[in-house]
Design a protein around this ligand. Structure first.
Ligand code: NAG
Ligand code: NAG
Ligand code: NAG
Length: 535
C-alpha cells in the first residue's frame, strides 16, 4: 500500500496548487522585471550577452545591448510566468518596436504589488476588479494628456524630431542623437505615409566612426558587376529573376549519361552550351540592360551578357532580391517565354560607389521614390549591431507616430500623470478595490523611480516631488536626467508616441492580470521516448 496522495495525472505529470503556483509565478515575473530594469531610461545600463559560438572551440558570440527584447530573447527561462513576460516583450517589439523594457518592468511591478496584496489575503478577483478600474482611469488620463499636432506640418515635424531624439536617448546612439534622430525622421518622412519600412534599407559597414553614417536616396546592393560588363547604366531596365544559370559545365557526376569517349562528352557539353545560349538570348530579348539573379551566374552566361552589353549581377540574397523587386517596381520571374507578361524594374541610374574599402552598387531614381538606404559605420561589429537595433526602434516608433499623430510627454511624466489619476479615483472608491487601485498607481510610479535610480539620483525624493507637482495639476512635469531634477517635459522636448505608451500600459496590465488569475500550474508528463525496435 502506498502512502502517497492519490494522483490523477499520468506518471511524471505534476501540479502546483494555489499558493505555491502563485508564488512561483510572482517570483519568476519579478525576476524578469529586475533583470531588464537597469536598462530603462536615458542613463540605463547595457548588458553583455554571451552565447556559445558555433562550436565549443569557437569564440563565444558577444552582443552588447540595452534593448529589452534582445535581452529577453536570449535568456532561457523555465518559469511559466517569466515566459509570459518574455512573450509580452516580443509582441511589443513586433507590434510597436519600442517600449519592450517599459512593458516588462510595469508588468513585473504590478505583480510585485499583487504579491503583497495576496499575502494580506486579498482575493485575486478583488485585485483584478480594482486594476481594471485603475486601467480605465489611467487610459483616460493618458488620452486627455495627448497632444495632436498632426494638422500642423511644421509642428508635427518638430514632434517627430523630439520623439526620435527621445527614443534614441536611451540607446547607444545617444551621443549623436541629433544626427541620428534627423536621419530617422528624414527616412520615415520619405515614406510619405505609405508606412512600409521595407523601403528603408540599413547597411552596416565596419570602419569609420558613427558620425560617418549617412542616408542615401535609392537602393544599395552589396554586389559586384560581372567581368567586362558595363559599370554604369542610365535609364536601366531591369529583369529580376530566380533561375539557375550554372549549367555551363556538364555535370558528369550523378548524371546518367553513358558515353563512349571524350568526343561524346564534348558533344553533350556543346548541347548544354547551346541550351544556355538560348536561355540567355531569351533573357536579353526582354529588352533589358540589367539582369539580376538570385542564383549564381557561371562564366559562360556571364560572357554572353557581357557581349550583349547587359550588366549581370549574381547571387543576390533572398532579402536583397525581394526588396529590390519592391523598390524597383519589378517582379521576380523564373521563366522567360513571354516577355510581354513580365514586369521589369526601372531606375534612372546604376553605378558603383565606394564605401569604406568596399564597392557597392547604387540604384538611384528608383520606381518607388521613397526608398532609401541608411549606411551605418562603426568601429566594431557590436557597435554596428546595436546601432542598427536602436535605429530600427526609432524608425518603428516614428512610423507609428506618423500613423497615429498623437504624442505624450516622456521622462516618467505620463506615468506620474496616470498614477495621479488612479490615486484620485482610489480615494473616491469605497471598499477593498481601492487598495488594489493604489497598488496599481504605485506600480506606475515605479517607472520614473527606476529611471531616476538608474541615473544614480535620489529616486524617492524625485518621485515625491513629481507626485506633488502632478497633484497640483502641473501635468507636464517629468524627470530631467541631465540635471537630476524635475522639469517641464514640453520645454525639454521629451516626447513619446501616444500609441506606444498606451500599448505598454494595456499590455502590461493584461499580462499581469493573466498571471494572477493562475491558481494551478499543471506540468504535463514528459513525452515518453518510443522504444527504437519493439520486439
Ligand atoms: C551572433 O549573434 C548575432 C546577433 O544575435 C547573430 O545574428 C549571429 O547569427 C550570431 N552568430 C553565431 C555564430 O551564432
Ligand atoms: C529560387 O529558386 C530556388 C530553386 O529553384 C527555390 O528553392 C527558391 O525558393 C527560390 N527563391 C525565390 C525567392 O523565389
Ligand atoms: C521639441 O523640443 C524642443 C526642445 O528641444 C521644444 O522647444 C519644442 O517645443 C518641442 N516641440 C514640440 C512640438 O513639442
Amino acid at each position: 500500500m502506498s502512502l502517497n496522495p492519490i494522483s490523477i495525472y499520468n506518471y511524471g505529470a505534476d501540479e502546483e496548487r494555489a499558493e505555491i503556483a502563485r508564488m512561483s509565478s510572482f517570483v519568476g515575473a519579478v525576476a524578469i522585471g529586475d533583470l531588464v530594469k537597469s536598462t530603462l531610461g536615458p542613463k540605463g545600463m547595457d548588458k553583455i550577452l554571451m552565447s556559445p559560438g558555433p562550436s565549443a572551440t569557437h569564440e563565444p558570440n558577444i552582443t552588447v545591448t540595452n534593448d529589452g527584447a534582445t535581452i529577453l530573447k536570449s535568456v532561457g527561462v523555465d518559469n511559466p510566468a517569466a515566459k509570459v513576460l518574455v512573450e509580452l516583450a516580443k509582441v511589443q517589439d513586433d507590434e510597436v518596436g519600442d517600449g519592450t523594457t517599459s512593458v516588462t518592468v510595469l508588468a513585473a511591478e504590478l505583480l510585485r504589488e499583487a504579491e503583497k496584496l495576496v499575502n494580506q489575503k486579498f482575493h485575486p478577483q478583488t485585485i483584478i476588479r480594482g486594476w481594471r478600474r485603475a486601467l480605465e482611469a489611467a487610459r483616460e488620463a493618458l488620452e486627455k494628456a495627448a497632444i495632436d499636432n498632426g494638422n500642423d506640418e511644421e509642428k508635427f515635424k518638430e514632434d517627430l524630431m523630439n520623439v526620435s531624439r527621445t527614443t534614441l536617448s536611451s540607446k547607444l546612439l545617444t551621443q549623436h542623437k541629433d544626427f541620428f534622430a534627423k536621419m530617422a525622421v528624414d527616412a520615415v518622412l520619405r515614406l510619405k505615409g505609405s508606412g512600409n519600412l521595407e523601403a528603408i534599407q540599413i547597411i552596416k559597414k565596419l570602419g569609420g566612426t558613427m558620425t560617418d553614417s549617412f542616408l542615401e536616396e535609392g537602393f544599395l546592393l552589396d554586389k559586384k558587376i560581372g567581368m567586362n560588363q558595363p559599370k554604369r547604366i542610365e535609364n536601366a531596365k531591369i529583369l529580376i529573376s530566380n533561375t539557375s544559370m550554372d549549367t555551363d559545365k556538364i555535370k558528369i557526376f550523378g548524371s546518367r549519361v553513358r558515353v563512349d569517349g571524350t568526343a561524346k562528352v564534348a558533344e553533350i557539353e556543346l548541347a548544354e552550351k547551346q541550351k544556355m545560349k538560348e536561355k540567355c538570348e531569351k533573357i536579353i530579348n526582354h529588352g533589358i540592360n540589367c539582369f539580376i539573379n538570385r542564383q549564381l551566374i557561371y562564366n559562360y552566361p556571364e560572357q554572353l551578357f557581357a557581349d550583349a552589353g547587359v550588366m549581370a549581377i549574381e547571387h543576390a540574397d533572398f532579402e536583397g532580391v525581394e526588396r529590390l523587386a519592391l523598390v524597383l517596381g519589378g517582379e521576380i520571374c523564373s521563366t522567360f517565354d513571354r516577355p510581354d507578361l513580365v514586369q521589369l524594374g526601372h531606375c534612372d541610374l546604376i553605378e558603383e560607389v565606394i564605401i569604406g574599402e568596399d564597392r557597392l552598387l547604387k540604384f538611384s531614381g528608383v520606381a518607388r521614390a521613397e526608398a532609401c538606404t541608411i549606411v551605418l559605420r562603426g568601429a566594431t561589429q557590436q557597435i554596428l549591431d546595436e546601432s542598427e537595433r536602436s535605429l530600427h526602434d526609432a524608425l518603428c516608433v516614428l512610423q507609428r507616430t506618423v500613423a497615429e499623430t498623437r504624442t505624450v510627454q516622456g521622462g516618467g511624466c505620463s506615468e506620474a500623470l496616470m498614477a495621479c489619476a488612479v490615486q484620485q479615483l482610489a480615494m473616491k472608491t469605497p471598499g477593498k478595490e481601492s487598495v488594489a487601485m493604489e497598488a496599481f498607481a504605485r506600480a506606475l510610479m515605479q517607472i520614473p523611480i527606476t529611471i531616476a535610480d538608474n541615473a544614480g539620483y535620489d529616486s524617492s525624493d524625485l518621485a515625491a516631488q513629481l507626485r506633488a507637482a502632478h497633484a497640483e495639476g502641473k501635468n507636464t512635469m517629468g524627470l530631467d536626467m541631465e540635471q537630476g531634477e524635475i522639469a517641464c517635459m514640453q520645454k525639454l522636448g521629451i516626447t513619446e508616441s501616444f500609441q506606444v505608451k498606451r500599448q505598454v500600459l494595456v499590455s502590461a496590465a493584461e499580462a499581469a492580470e493573466m498571471i494572477i488569475r493562475v491558481d494551478n500550474i499543471i506540468k504535463s508528463a514528459p513525452r515518453q521516448r518510443q522504444p527504437d525496435h519493439p520486439h
